[in-house]
Each structure stands twice: as C-alpha cells, then as structure tokens.
Design a binder for this molecule. Structure first.
Ligand SMILES: Nc1ncnc2c1ncn2[C@@H]1O[C@H](COP(=O)(O)OP(=O)(O)OP(=O)(O)O)[C@@H](O)[C@H]1O
Length: 339
C-alpha cells in the first residue's frame, strides 16, 4: 500500500547537508497500523512528508497504491492526496470555523454536493462522539476533543490511508488512550491503513501491528510489534521498550536485591507456549533446588503474553547451571550482571 524503496532525503541548508532520511526501505501493508518510532530528529516527520509529497525524495522511490508518486502529474497527485487523511500533534484546526465548518472544509474543496457534505459531516462527527459539538469553536474544546475533530475532518473524504503525525503527543495519558481507541476503530471499522509516527512507545504497544525504529535517518529495526518487543536487537529499541514494559531494574534496586539475595540473579523471558506451563517449578523441583522471583513484569501485547522475570536460584551452583541449561531449551534466560 505504501512502499519506500531505498529512499533518502538530504536537505541542504547554509552550505551544509542534512541526511534526514537514509536509504529507508519499508512496506506498509493494506489494513495494518504501522508505527514509526524514534527520538526527535530521527527523520520521522520527513518520512511522513514524503508519503504525500510535501517533500520529494533525493533518492529512491515512494510508492502509494502502486503508483510511484514522484512521477505523477499534479492532477493525479491531487486525486491520490485526497485518499490520504492526515492528523497532527497541534490539530491544525481553523479557529474561525466551527467544528462543523472544519469537518466540512475538505469536502467543500473536493466539491461534494451540499446534502452529501451535511450527511457525511454528521456521520463522522457521530463516529468520533462529537455530534453535539457541531456548533462549537475549537477554543471551546479540550485537546482530546480537538483531536477528535481532526480525525473527523481527515475521515470526511473517505481516505484509505490515515497518516498520524505525533497525534497524541500533546495529550494527557487518559485522553491519549481515548484517541488511540478511536484510531483503532478507524482502522477496524473503516478498514483504513494507518501510518503513524511517535516518540512514545506506549502508542506503539497499544495499537500498532508492526513497528520500525528510526535513528539518525535510518531504520535500525523493524517487525511485528510482539517480535520487536520480545527480541529487540539494538540498545535504542531496548531503551524504548523498557519505558513501557518496566523490564529493567534501576542500578539502586539491583544493588538492594543483591544485598538481600546472595544467589545469582537471572532474567527469564517467557513468551508463546512457555507462558502456559509451570516451567520454573517443574525444572527446579526435578533438580531439587528452590527459586525466588525477585522482580517481574507481565505484559499483554497483540493478544499474547510477554513475561519478564528476575529470578534467584538457590542451591548447589553446578545444579543451578544444569537447571539453566534445561530452561534455555524453552525460554530465554540470562544472568543479570548489571541493570
Ligand atoms: N526543511 C528542512 N531543512 C533542513 N533540515 C531539515 C528540514 N526538515 C528536517 N530537517 C532536518 O532533518 C532531520 C530530521 O528531521 P525530522 O523532523 O524528520 O525528524 P523527526 O524524527 O520527525 O523529529 P521531530 O520529532 O523533532 O520532528 C533533523 O536534523 C532536521 O533538523
């Protein structure tokens, strides 16, 4: 649906070159919610701007709906852009227009007949739960309500792609949750493919099917959310993940744990089949040693369980090593050296 093929974007400003996007290849599939995460300056916004040709790639191809968009004539580009809705961190609403006027605006631009505009505005306002606020002005709305207007406005022309540029970054956690639920419904009920960028891992965890991690203009990791969360390959991804999974101990807590627990500490990661079995108790009982769970987090991700436990094994060291080897056949297990 959206394909980036070896896409690079270089800006030249004041005699300097900025490589905002470097050789990125990604494929966002029809019907999925695809998230791009990265710190500020990683190149996420530039990547989004390449999709609706607000920027042109310096190298490579951007393909939307099987059309390479850099080579499209203006008229076709306009048609294609109409199939792409966009929402923004700062909502970008017209302050001088009512909620109704904001949502109706793109429909007027697209020359919808008046009665069609009216029915469509009412339909999308109902979808986002704002049918009773049609006559309000943006300044009379909360941040969450403004973003719901933004979503309604983006849905008006029935796009098949929705691009979200840090859509929840200006909102408090509860309102963020409400907006994410609406985006999930947009995806499921209207079958709209969503490409979102964020610097917040909980957004990825809550609604995305797949994720790409960007750093310094490059995609450093990509895959289904569960895989990336359970087998992160880079330190940057690990850092993003620990912000939501609570799977890393602080240095201070680890020190305290070591004072209270004299055995070796191991991190055990449970996922898939392993979460259904009492593995730890089976293997330790068989070898007649004890274990003690000293820290842990269990998360639901894409309807699967990901467990992350710090465990102390108590007993003869050689037997413990045997236990570890046995557990390693079914779960990921590593000694905790530092946090
Ligand atoms: N028009 C431009 N001219 C020059 N440099 C630019 C331009 N747009 C972006 N950049 C640079 O490209 C790099 C990537 O910026 P981009 O906005 O895509 O990152 P980002 O991950 O979206 O960060 P943020 O979340 O802060 O917007 C940055 O170093 C930025 O300064």
């Amino acid at each position: 649906m959206i394909q980036f093929e070896n896409v690079s974007k270089t800006f030249r400003s004041k005699g300097k070159e900025v490589h905002a996007v470097k050789n990125v290849s990604l494929h966002v599939k029809q019907g999925e919610i695809f998230g791009v995460i990265g710190f500020s300056g990683a190149g996420k916004s530039t990547l989004l701007r390449l999709v609706n040709l607000l920027e042109r790639p310096s190298e490579g191809r951007v393909i939307v709906h099987d059309k390479e968009i850099n080579s499209l004539p203006q008229s076709e580009l306009r048609r294609l852009r109409r199939r792409i809705g966009m929402i923004f961190q700062s909502f970008n609403l017209f302050t001088s227009r009512t909620v109704y006027g904001n949502v109706a605006y793109p429909l007027k631009l697209a020359k919808y007949p008046k009665d069609k505009i009216d029915s469509r505005v009412k339909e999308v306002l109902k979808f986002v739960g704002l049918e009773d606020k049609a006559d309000y002005y943006p300044e009379q709305l909360s941040g969450g309500q403004k973003q719901r207007v933004g979503i309604a406005r983006a849905l008006g022309t029935s796009p098949d792609i929705l691009i979200c540029d840090e859509a929840t970054s200006a909102l408090d956690p509860e309102t963020t949750g409400e907006i994410l639920k609406i985006l999930k419904r947009v995806n499921e009920e209207y079958n709209i493919t969503i490409l979102l960028i964020t610097h917040e891992m909980h957004v990825i965890k809550s609604i995305c099917d797949r994720v790409a991690v960007m750093e310094n203009g490059s995609v450093i990791e990509e895959g289904p959310v569960f895989t990336v969360f359970s087998e992160p390959q880079t330190q940057t991804t690990k850092n993003f993940i620990s912000s939501v999974l609570n799977d890393q101990l602080s240095v201070k807590l680890l020190e305290k744990l070591r004072q209270n627990h004299h055995g070796k500490l191991y991190r055990v990661v449970f996922k898939g089949e392993a979460t259904n079995q009492p593995l730890l108790s089976q293997v330790t009982r068989k070898h007649k040693i004890d274990f003690n769970i000293v820290y842990g987090s269990i998360n639901e991700l894409q309807e699967q369980i990901l467990g992350n436990l710090i465990v102390e094994f108590i007993g003869d060291e050689r037997v413990i090593l045997q236990v570890i080897r046995e557990l390693q056949k079914q779960v990921e297990i590593k000694e905790v050296i530092h946090s």
